[in-house]
Design a protein around this ligand. Sequence first.
Ligand SMILES: Nc1ncnc2c1ncn2[C@@H]1O[C@H](COP(=O)(O)OP(=O)(O)OP(=O)(O)O)[C@@H](O)[C@H]1O
Ligand SMILES: [Mg+2]
Length: 305
Amino acid sequence: MAEVPLIEVRDVSKHFGTVIALSGVSMTVWPGQVHCLLGDNGAGKSTLIKTLSGVHKPSEGEILLEGRPIVFESPRDALDRGIATVYQDLAMIPLMSITRNFFMGREKSVTRGRGLFERLDMKRANAIAREEMAKIGIDVRDPTQAVGTLSGGERQCVAIARAVYFGAKVLILDEPTSALGVKQASVVLRYVAQARARNLGVVFITHNVHHAWAVGDVFTVLNRGKTLGTFRKDEITREQLLNMMAGGKELEELSTELAEFARSDRARQPEAAAVEEEVAEELEKEVELDEKLAAQEHRLRRDGS
Ligand SMILES: Nc1ncnc2c1ncn2[C@@H]1O[C@H](COP(=O)(O)OP(=O)(O)OP(=O)(O)O)[C@@H](O)[C@H]1O
Ligand SMILES: [Mg+2]
């Protein structure tokens, strides 16, 4: 492993007026490592990666890029320095071709003609787009087809392939699998693994502990703008991660709350109360299932090591 991390976040805070979105967060991204950023809604995950990708400037603290302090002037600045971010609502134009989307903002890299006549060399660009997609196992028969005709997972892959092709060192993925079905999510996870194999540093943001566990090397958990720590995979279990994400405890609280509502609504709104009771029971079942899974995993780990 290299001696200098790709990115180091030191004690970063970010305030929006009176809202403290991040408070004293530190994390380090190494090449060839998938760093998962976990946490509930509003935990500060997107805010953190936006400070890494030049959208926000930190209110306090600093960011180091390959050992040197840096302030990104804009997302473009961060991108030019090798930090590529793929957002869930992708910056892609559905009606434009795969190739056009692939080279968006980088048209100058494959041109023909000179001066006024300089333009994107479509033939070469098509060939590159097709080849790069093939490298990740997606067979694009016709790169001139509109991006809108691709599945969600394939679109994510176009964005990732584009970032890798244009020389990203750090790939940041904000909830790339959350809107995808199992098959499509697996395509994205596979590509995350390939980016790691190419020695990129990957920051993978997700709510889904299972997805994180499948591809992650280290895990940072955010909670209300603070980090609960960074853990290597061999230092933590999936059950502990689940607990840290407040899944179990919160579900239990939700269940109790709903049961309480059901009691107070029973007299006036018996139908609503019945539904609330049902929901409370379902939540309770989820909690039990989580606990069972955690115990199972604990046993597996104990017996395996
Ligand atoms: N531009 C902004 N102005 C004001 N408050 C903001 C801004 N961006 C984020 N926040 C607040 O900062 C907190 C953290 O938000 P953030 O989007 O980083 O959470 P998140 O972990 O990405 O959540 P989610 O899982 O829902 O995407 C939230 O309370 C949010 O309302
Ligand atoms: Mg977010």
